[in-house]
Design a protein around this ligand. Sequence first.
Ligand code: ADP
Ligand code: MG
Length: 498
Amino acid sequence: MKKVVVGTVVVCAAAVCTAAALVVRHRMKNCGKWTRAMNILKEFEEKCKTPVEKLKQVADAMTVEMHAGLASEGGSKLKMLISYVDNLPTGDEKGLFYALDLGGTNFRVLRVQLGGKDERVVRQEFVEVAIPPHLMTGSSEALFGFIAEALAKFVEEEGDGYHPVSGRQRELGFTFSFPVRQTSIASGTLIKWTKGFNIEDTVGQDVVGEITKAMEKIGLDMRVAALVNDTIGTLAGGSYYNDNVIAAVILGTGTNAAYVERAHAIPKWQGLLPQSGEMVINMEWGNFRSSHLPITEYDQALDLESLNPGEQIFEKMISGMYLGEIVRRVLCRMAEEAAFFGDVVPPKLKRPFILRTPDMSAMHHDTSPDLRVIGSKLNDILEVSNSPLPMRKIIFELCDIVATRGARLSAAGIYGIIKKLGRDIPKDGDKQKSVIAVDGGLFEHYTKFRNSMESSLKELLGDEVADNFVIEHSNDGSGIGAALLAASHSQYLGVEES
Ligand code: ADP
Ligand code: MG
């Protein structure tokens, strides 16, 4: 009897020992896992570094490219396109105008009743329509047909308080946020699609012609009075309320910048413009690249596997379409090489673009002690349940690295424009603040990105000069701006309302 008891005790003790060893080994493995993931993170962080000296090099490279792009067609990665906008809205504009904003995930139609200097925007309304994904890579007819239909419906539903003048054609400002070579204020040919759009047979086509054809087909009598992009629209919208807007930047799905250039500083335009005037230049800065950019292997892979390899390199490092995807790529590496999520790589994690920038932003703004938001995002998006705190902390850090790099590079771009305009030097007696109008979902909603961008710009300018600048959120400036430009380029200008 006793023997049996002893035997059992021995067996039990052995089992306890084995279990203890297993626990220790499991802990060690776990500990190794976090260390390996941290190593991947640290290496990535090192390559993403943007000390102020580096940002200044990026800004200088931007300035050099701006000069080159203004000097000759095709002289730079920066297209520095002439917008034909040489008169920004003044506030005197009157009447009912429409805008159409296409260039991202949603498109918007908007109407605005303008009352002139004293009344300004009497009323405005817009609707936002999601673009069905299949239309983003389908035929031109399908895409523009869909847009024309939405516009016709919007016009049909027009309520009280909007006053089209009878007998006159409705006029529209078209914000088309893809690179376009303008041929006048209201015509231009598409250079290429970006941001996930890829429509057959439209490159080289007149964009206004395409939308006009679609409107005519369904009997909608509307004239495109101005063709702009979101950046130029934002610049125009900002200028309507403030005379000192010198540049506009979009930070949304994609990124771009526009600014007011002196005509004599545009060599490629000499002889075609009065040398005393000004011209809004559409930089298409998303296509900027420079050896000074902190490009990592993750960025290279993202670029190679994108719809437009080799292009829009700056955009791929800073804009909303890509930030979450960069985070996903680093997580993939951690999963594969450090068993970050356990023995199997979560299948969802392998899916490109599954981690969107708004999700990344939500995780990055998680202030709960146990990083609860990160936990639930991991669960909802990647089907990773019960994520331990060390995992959540690493993900938080990763979001911070990617967002900070993007924000600081954006600031460097803006600093480049300021340098190009020679406004980076303190000037005595210049009391009017210059405004940079910024719009786009990334800037609007990603607070940490925005704060980092603003503080980096201050760091670059220095305290004294920084006081001369304000960054202003121009909320939906682009929609209103396009309508305002339609007004200032109306075919009925100078014709009295009767
Ligand atoms: P678009 O650039 O498509 O015209 P928006 O200016 O509204 O449209 O920007 C939308 C983009 O902004 C989204 O693709 C996304 O990348 C980014 N975004 C939207 N909401 C957030 C958010 N909460 N946090 C971070 N980024 C966001
Ligand atoms: Mg937009």
